[in-house]
Each structure stands twice: as structure tokens, then as C-alpha cells.
Design a protein around this ligand. Structure first.
Ligand SMILES: Cc1cc2nc3c(=O)[nH]c(=O)nc-3n(C[C@H](O)[C@H](O)[C@H](O)COP(=O)(O)OP(=O)(O)OC[C@H]3O[C@@H](n4cnc5c(N)ncnc54)[C@H](O)[C@@H]3O)c2cc1C
Length: 418
């Protein structure tokens, strides 16, 4: 640690971590170190495009990260809160005055016989990369099954069907549970036009996956040469392993200023944060708002000011339906879908603009840290918090699509939504 400077370490160079690191560079007396396992930024919201072959899903850190941020390509294996240091997989430790925990999310344990062995997850860059050659090796007419009909499943099914593949989308319930019935109809129509077989309803939960077949709860079994698993996200267990308090899924438990309930020097942002045990919907939409707010809390503490409570507003959910169509489902700021949506080609253009705009936003924050506020107000959160404390509301800020509380830190699923 350096004298007269405050050293901040950010773990995880995704949307939240990059936004946090950039925002922290506002002060010359703050040194910022970002630790991430890869030397390039992964656009996770384009991983279905990596699978479909229409985008590489990466951007250069040189483009999205401020020049004052030191990037360390490594993985943190442990946080030692008492010593204020993190241990790296390559050996050695890095000390900090403040730590921002932004390790994001990945694939949840599918907990379905055969799924871990025979199905292909796509929640991380490496998983999506591994699936590419598998698809390339399969003939175009090979049966492809996508399990999970949240946005990632819908987007992947549409991407592959548009490329001429024979795709079955297994919903395990409702197609696009977040969507308003009008948005739902549009998505269903587009998938039908692309030739995707959509299996909806309570009997469509997958109960087993084998090398070449998928079995459903209602007893149906059909052949599947390539099975893709998109049923939800789990989070890394780093916080729990390091003895820090987490929610049931393993997200770091914080107060409303994104500060760990155990340690004022540790903050969390993005998919791996659970403010007041009421986590926001996992997504880059919330991550880009949470990252700078975690940084602002650090900057407030350094300046001796009182940090502001977190606020995240949602615009809706944006789903690509191949390269030529999409749907932007608008929502109230509390993240419940409304009847308005933009579909078809304009929907596709809007989705592409959102993906491009998210990277632009990171780069803007890199060049002009703190100049713009990227977060929106969500007026109902205070009410929800009060009601939850009185035991009147479910422990989630995003009731429509949020995960239900699981029992083990990394085993549960959290439906991601755009
Ligand atoms: C196919 C797909 C499509 C999606 N589409 C959308 C969308 O349209 N809209 C939307 O809002 N969301 C979407 N999402 C979800 C979105 O990508 C995530 O919710 C978002 O990336 C979370 O941001 P984050 O910064 O919290 O974490 P991440 O982007 O996951 O970044 C976390 C980083 O931390 C790193 N890390 C993890 N552990 C460690 C460690 N121990 N040490 C160092 N580094 C570590 C990871 O490798 C990663 O680089 C999509 C996801 C997928 C898979």
C-alpha cells in the first residue's frame, strides 16, 4: 500500500467492475487495480452471438478501461478481510484499503441428471467458446435443443434457427416469463417463423439429459444431438469461501450503500451483490448502475461524506430474435413489464444499439469518470425494504423474474433477464 494514497482493488472486470474502476479514477490520490482472469473484456450479453458465429463478444480493455487503472490478469482465490488483502491464483497477494467485489455470475449447477455431463452451458465466455466447435462438428440438420426460455435461451434458439439449424426450445414453464402477453405473442410468432419448436407448459421441465436425448417431466423423450443449457445463473463462491456473509445464492450481502455487512472496507456490485438481501435482477442493465454506485460509496468515505443509498431503475428487457428481429419489452422502473414493446426489425436495431451503447458507456466513463450519472431512480425500493423488514414482502427487489431463495450458496439458479 502506498502512503497518502488510497488503494482500491476491484475483483472482476465485467460491466460492474469496469464501471466501478473507471469511476474511482476521478481522484488522483486513489490507485485502482482491476483483477480479472482474462486480458480482454467479455461482452457477456453477446455470448449467444459467439455461439451463433455473428460476433466475437469481446472488446479491448484499452477501449473500455481508464488509462489510470492497473489491470492484473489473474484470479482471486481468497479475500482476507482482516489483513485487507486478496490472494491470487498465480501466487502472491495484493493489499487494499477498499475492495469492490464484482465477480459476476456463471452457470448454476443444473441439478438434473445428465445435464452437467451432456448439456452445454453458455453463461461464460469459455463455455460459449467450447460450444462453437461442437456445433461446427454437428451437421446442419442435427437436432439442437435449447433448455430454458429466459432471454438467453430465446436468443440462442433464434440465433441458431436463423442459421438454418433444427432447434427445439424447452421452456420448463412459460416462454419468456418476464414478458407482457403482447411481447410474449411477438416472440412466439417470430420463433415459429424461424422454425423453432417451442415446448411450453408445466410438463416441460427437463428431468434427464443423455448423450443424444432429452427427457421431460410429462414423460416425453426426444433426440437431441446438441443440448444447450440456459436455465439460470449461479455466482462464484469466493465471498462465502472467504468467510464473508452472503445471501442463499452466494451473493455478497451488503447494506443499501453496497457496503458488506461484515466490513466497511468491502463493497459489492453487479450480479454478485445482494443489497439488503434484496438483489436486483441479474443483468448488465443493473451491473452498469451498481458499479459506479459502489465506487461513489468508496469516494464518499474517502471524502468523509455520508454515502447515498443505492438506486437502480430498469427500462425493460431487450431480446434479440436472430439478426433480423428483436423485441424491446418496456417496463415500469420497478422492473415489471408493461404492454408496450418494439418488435421486428426496429426491435433488432434497438437491441444492437443497446449492446453497442453499453460498451460505449464503459468507454465514456473511462474517458470522463463521474461526469454522467448512469443510474435511474426506482421509487418503490424504499417501500419494499420497509415492507420486507416488517415481514410483508418477498425477499427480492425484482419479483417477476428474480430467483427464489435456494439452499446452497452456488447450487441455485437465478433467471437472468436483459
Ligand atoms: C447469453 C447471455 C445474454 C445476456 N444478455 C443480457 C442482456 O441482453 N441484458 C442484460 O442486462 N444482461 C444480459 N445478460 C446477463 C449479463 O451478461 C450479466 O448479468 C452481466 O454480465 C453481469 O455483469 P457483472 O459485471 O456483474 O458480471 P460479469 O459480466 O459476469 O463480470 C464478472 C467478471 O469477474 C470475473 N471473475 C469472476 N471470479 C473472479 C475471481 N475470483 N477473480 C477475478 N475475477 C473474477 C469474471 O471472469 C468476469 O470477467 C446476458 C447473459 C448471457 C450469458
Amino acid at each position: 500500500m502506498t502512503e497518502n494514497t488510497t488503494d482500491v482493488v476491484v475483483i472482476g472486470g465485467g460491466y460492474a467492475g469496469v464501471m466501478a474502476a473507471n469511476r474511482l479514477t476521478q481522484r488522483d490520490d486513489v490507485t485502482v487495480t482491476l483483477i480479472n482472469p482474462r486480458p480482454t473484456f467479455v461482452e457477456r450479453i453477446r455470448l449467444h452471438q459467439l455461439v451463433g458465429g455473428s460476433h466475437a463478444a469481446v472488446a479491448e480493455y484499452g477501449h473500455v478501461l481508464g488509462g489510470a487503472v492497473r489491470l492484473v490478469v489473474d484470479t482471486v482465490t481468497r479475500i482476507d478481510a482482516a489483513e485487507r488483502s486478496v490472494t491470487l491464483a498465480s501466487g502472491g497477494t495484493v493489499g487494499y484499503d477498499y475492495l469492490v467485489y464484482a465477480v459476476g455470475s456463471g452457470t448454476a449447477d443444473p441439478q438434473v441428471p445428465g445435464a452437467a455431463e451432456f448439456a452445454h452451458p453458455i453463461a461464460t465466455f469459455e463455455e460459449a467458446q467450447r460450444l462453437r466447435p461442437v456445433l461446427d462438428a454437428a451437421s446442419v440438420s442435427a437436432a439442437v435443443t435449447v433448455v430454458g426460455a429466459g432471454p438467453a435461451g430465446i436468443e440462442t434458439a433464434a440465433e441458431l434457427a436463423e442459421a438454418g439449424r433444427a432447434v427445439t426450445l424447452v421452456c420448463g414453464g412459460v416462454l419468456g416469463p418476464y414478458l407482457h402477453p403482447r411481447g410474449h405473442r411477438t416472440v412466439a410468432r417470430r420463433l415459429a417463423r424461424l422454425g423453432v419448436t417451442v415446448l411450453e407448459g408445466p410438463g416441460t421441465k427437463v428431468t434427464a439429459v443423455t448423450r443424444d436425448a432429452v427427457r421431460l417431466g410429462d414423460g416425453r423423450e426426444f433426440s437431441s444431438e446438441v443440448t444447450i443449457w440456459t436455465t439460470g445463473f449461479g455466482v462464484p463462491d469466493l465471498a462465502a469461501r472467504s468467510g464473508l456473509s452472503t445471501d442463499a445464492l452466494g451473493r455478497l450481502l451488503t447494506d443499501e450503500t453496497l457496503t458488506s455487512v461484515d466490513d466497511v472496507r468491502i463493497l459489492a456490485a453487479g450480479d454478485s451483490a445482494a443489497p439488503s438481501g434484496l438483489p436486483y435482477r441479474m443483468g448488465c442493465q443493473s451491473a452498469v448502475q451498481l458499479g459506479p454506485q459502489a465506487a461513489e460509496t468508496v469516494l464518499s468515505r474517502i471524502a468523509g461524506k455520508r454515502p447515498a443509498p443505492v438506486s437502480v431503475g430498469f427500462a425493460g428487457q431487450c431480446i434479440s430474435l436472430g439478426r433480423r428481429a428483436g423485441v424491446f419489452q418496456f417496463a415500469h422502473r420497478d422492473d415489471t413489464a408493461i404492454r408496450f414493446y418494439v418488435g421486428g426489425r426496429p426491435g433488432a436495431r434497438l437491441k444492437e444499439w443497446v449492446c453497442w451503447g453499453t460498451v460505449w458507456q464503459l468507454a465514456y466513463e473511462a474517458r470522463k469518470p463521474g461526469v454522467r450519472t448512469w443510474w435511474a431512480k426506482e421509487p418503490k425500493r424504499r417501500q419494499l425494504l420497509r415492507a420486507t423488514r416488517r415481514g410483508e414482502a418477498p425477499a427480492t427487489a425484482t419479483a417477476p423474474t428474480a430467483p427464489t431463495a435456494p439452499t446452497a450458496p452456488t447450487a441455485a439458479t437465478a433467471e437472468r433477464a436483459a
